[in-house]
Design a binder for this molecule. Structure first.
Ligand SMILES: Cc1cc2nc3c(=O)[nH]c(=O)nc-3n(C[C@H](O)[C@H](O)[C@H](O)COP(=O)(O)O)c2cc1C
Length: 199
């Protein structure tokens, strides 16, 4: 059993800053777990340092806005460039993976981005972790302030009103959901690295 920290990388793209807020919330949620070390890895420039930071991570959380029903072109460029990691004997094998996305519509076909991230993870031999939350805002007495108000299991979803800047959107309710995903990823990663405590 190792007590080395669990290294969580949040690998994301954000065109206008909204998804970056979600990425920071995922990172903040992971950071509250004792033993987790978290870093944000923007994917705008695919430098050697980016690949080194991801190689060193125990978990990679993929994030992108949903553009035209899927991940952004910047994220797709990263995914395609990751083929060189894949070709290196599945160098990301057994890392924990998860994902999040943000778009302007409540649905906006965001699920397609999460499906894309999960397939990317599977192709790399990574271990996908979803969101262990019941859907919020889905009963007559429920509220848009509920955790997981957009009702996703595959990963964390957020919605940003198109006329609001990244200082105001996505709303706090979606950032709490993103933080919950970060906490879950860090907890599962530590369990994966150290094993479950003996009963
Ligand atoms: C090229 C483009 C395509 C988009 N496609 C979608 C879409 O398919 N569904 C949706 O709900 N919103 C869509 N949007 C809205 C963005 O997802 C939304 O503005 C999001 O908050 C942007 O996040 P960002 O600031 O991190 O780039 C699109 C925006 C752009 C610029």
């Amino acid at each position: 059993m190792s007590n080395n920290p669990a290294r969580i990388a949040v690998a994301y793209h954000s065109g206008y800053g909204h998804t970056a807020q979600q990425a920071e919330a995922v990172a903040a949620g992971a950071s509250v777990v004792p033993g987790a070390v978290v870093e944000l890895v923007p994917l705008d420039e695919l430098t050697d340092e980016v690949w080194q930071r991801l190689a060193a991570a125990d978990a990679i959380v993929f994030g992108s806005p949903t553009y035209m029903g899927g991940p952004s072109a910047v994220f797709k460029a990263f995914a395609e460039a990751s083929a060189k990691v894949w070709a290196d004997d599945l160098a990301w094998r057994d890392k924990i993976a998860a994902g999040f996305t943000n778009s302007k519509a409540m649905s906006g076909d965001k699920l397609n981005s999460l499906v894309y991230f999960s397939i990317l993870a599977a192709q790399h031999g990574m271990i996908w972790v979803g969101l262990d939350l019941y859907p919020g805002w889905s009963e007559s007495t429920a509220s848009s302030e509920d955790l997981n108000r957009l009702g996703s299991w595959l990963g964390a979803m957020a919605q940003s009103d198109a006329d609001l800047s990244a200082e105001k959107a996505p709303p706090a309710t979606d950032l709490r959901t993103a933080a919950a995903l970060g906490t879950r990823v860090a907890t599962v990663t530590i369990r994966h690295l150290r094993g479950a405590p003996a009963a």
